[in-house]
Design a protein. Structure first.
Length: 185
């Protein structure tokens, strides 16, 4: 069983993975590499002057792996079900268990629909401020929770928010992920 399973490897999913793995939670990302980022070019992302979406994704995946997350490229999640104290995640290749699940599948809300989470009147997944859905320990991020506000930097923030809430639950207190120069390896 892993601590955190992330369904989707775009900016939201990779941001969540970066925070959870960096802070000691066993994290796996299921990434079909079908992100809209491959059509993007980033000029409006903090600290980035100009980078193709594909290059951004490659660099971010490397950063996430460097922090200890497992990125399972090409392995599509076919089902997520609550199971005991966590979730069972099915792919065509295998079945996995996780304590927490972060949905980061862009505008594809089908897994959230199958899990019967609450939806807002505008058709987006209804989440709290920390992106937790009506199903405990299940988070939804990015385009699935925003009606037409689809920006990489917003999605990454949603992923970070989910991760910090998970880390706060695991640590038993409000968790801050704030690095200082002495933290750099």
């Amino acid at each position: 069983m892993v601590d955190v399973a992330i369904v989707g490897g775009g900016p939201a999913g990779l941001s969540a993975a970066l925070f959870t793995a960096k802070n000691g939670l066993e994290t796996v990302v299921f990434d079909t590499d079908e992100t809209w980022m491959h059509k993007a070019h980033l000029f409006n992302y903090p600290a980035i002057r100009s980078i193709s979406g594909s290059e951004f994704m490659e660099l971010t995946r490397g950063q996430v792996r460097d922090r200890g997350a497992e990125v399972r490229e090409g392995e599509e999640v076919t089902d997520v079900e609550p199971s005991g104290d966590g979730f069972e995640i099915e792919t065509e290749e295998d079945t996995y268990e996780a304590d927490y699940v972060v949905l980061a599948t862009g505008a594809d809300r089908s897994i959230a629909e199958d899990l019967e989470v609450a939806f807002s009147d505008d058709g987006t997944v209804d989440v709290d401020l920390d992106t937790e859905t009506s199903v405990e320990d299940l988070y939804a991020t990015g385009a699935m929770v925003r009606d037409e506000e689809w920006q990489a930097v917003i999605a990454a923030g949603d992923g970070a928010s989910a991760a910090l809430d998970i880390l706060s639950k695991e640590k038993g207190e409000h968790f801050h992920d704030f690095d200082v120069p002495d933290d750099v390896p």
